[in-house]
Design a binder for this molecule. Structure first.
Ligand code: SF4
Length: 368
């Protein structure tokens, strides 16, 4: 697969890590009584505003619980987009990162979309500036443009298809069978994995998720030796050396389902450790180990947890609903253009639901 080299700056103006600003905005932990109070206040406000909470698996456990207790959802970005579009609520509170709020607004322009903190972004989004991406597309007009969900509305406005990790493999395969050549952006690891699995002709942008990029193949190999019966479940945003050791490669939902369906007792999970909250609730008898991010090349910008996801908290939900701060706006010209690539994905996934429920790659992990 050809790759275009692009790197966003990993340092801020003061020379600090690109994630320092996000970590500085992560809310202080709440005491048990404070958590109860803020949760009750947030639940009352959701009801008062006729709003629904749409939360990603990687956000704070209290927010995940609040979403489920108040008729909302905890899901991956594919299901978040679908749920927000189809729900009758006039206000969506999206707990996740900015591109998720933008996708909700793109699909539901008449709804008010609020987020706990509009500064919550994503290294993949930051690493794919719309003007440079547009020039990349202009240079390759013969290619079908496929972008990952983790991009800005302006980047989606240039795309033919949006995909998530739940459906990227199937959609690229579908395009390959139609004889189309693909321009892929922005995650280089996911792009490489999909190209290897499909054999499609892909020209790829060079971005990465700072969380998954830090999983270490060598240290994972050592951990597997300590736990020889453990099954290894890997998100495809991870490096090739980690994916190569996987029993299952899949999206967050597909990883969760693999744990629930397998008769194995121990799992090593290579994705953001926010997923552990829901996994522990649904699979209480299983041993869940985090894949290692440590080692000689570790930078620990993330330590397996996304700082931008961690910016979401109960107080942010309350503040957004009480003040209207954190409302997502997408310029109408961009929104209308971006809508097509998301709707195309949702139509495809609705028609291929059974195939998409399966992880992209499974070795024998028991009766999964
Ligand atoms: S976990 Fe990675 S892909 Fe997800 S929002 Fe954070 S930086 Fe982006």
């Amino acid at each position: 697969m050809s790759q275009v080299l692009f790197d966003y700056t990993r340092q801020d103006a003061s020379g600090g890590s690109c994630t320092a600003h996000a970590w500085a905005k992560v809310p202080e932990p709440l005491s048990p009584s404070e958590r109860t109070q803020w949760k009750e206040r947030a639940a009352a406000l959701l009801k008062q505003h006729g709003a629904v909470l749409v939360a990603h698996y990687y956000v704070d456990g209290d927010l995940q619980d609040l979403a489920l207790e108040t008729g909302g959802i905890v899901a991956d970005s594919l299901e978040m987009a679908r749920f927000g579009r189809d729900h009758a609520a006039k206000t969506l509170v999206v707990a996740g990162v900015r591109f998720m709020g933008e996708s909700a607004k793109i699909l539901s322009p008449d709804k008010r979309v609020l987020m706990p903190d509009l500064d919550a972004t994503c290294s993949l989004d930051l690493g794919c500036p719309p003007d440079q991406f547009a020039a990349f597309c202009d240079a390759h007009p013969d290619r079908t443009v496929v972008v990952y969900a983790n991009t800005s509305a302006a980047v989606k406005a240039r795309a033919d298809w949006m995909v998530t990790s739940s459906c990227a493999l199937q959609i690229v395969n579908h395009l390959k069978e139609r004889g189309e050549k693909i321009l892929w952006a922005p995650d280089r690891h996911l792009g490489r994995y999909i190209q290897e699995q499909t054999g499609a002709d892909m020209l790829a942008w060079h971005g990465e998720c700072i969380v998954h990029d830090e999983f270490k193949g060598l240290e994972l190999d050592l951990l597997r030796k300590d736990h020889p019966d453990a099954k290894v479940l890997v998100h495809p945003e991870s490096p090739a050396s980690v994916v190569a050791q996987a029993d299952v490669v899949g999206s967050t939902t597909q990883i969760l389902n693999a744990v629930l369906k397998s008769d194995a007792k121990t799992f090593i999970i290579a994705t953001d450790n926010g997923l552990m909250h829901r996994m522990r609730q649904l699979a209480p008898g299983k041993t869940l180990l985090e894949a290692p991010t440590a080692g000689r090349s570790a930078t620990c910008k993330s330590c397996a947890h996304c700082p931008w996801m961690a910016m979401n908290g109960l107080r942010g939900v309350v503040h957004a609903l009480e003040t209207g701060d954190g409302e997502i706006h997408v310029e109408e010209g961009i929104r209308a253009k971006a809508q097509g690539c998301i709707e195309r994905m949702l139509d495809f996934t609705a028609k291929n639901a059974a195939a998409l429920a399966q992880p992209a790659f499974v070795k024998n992990i028991g009766p999964a």
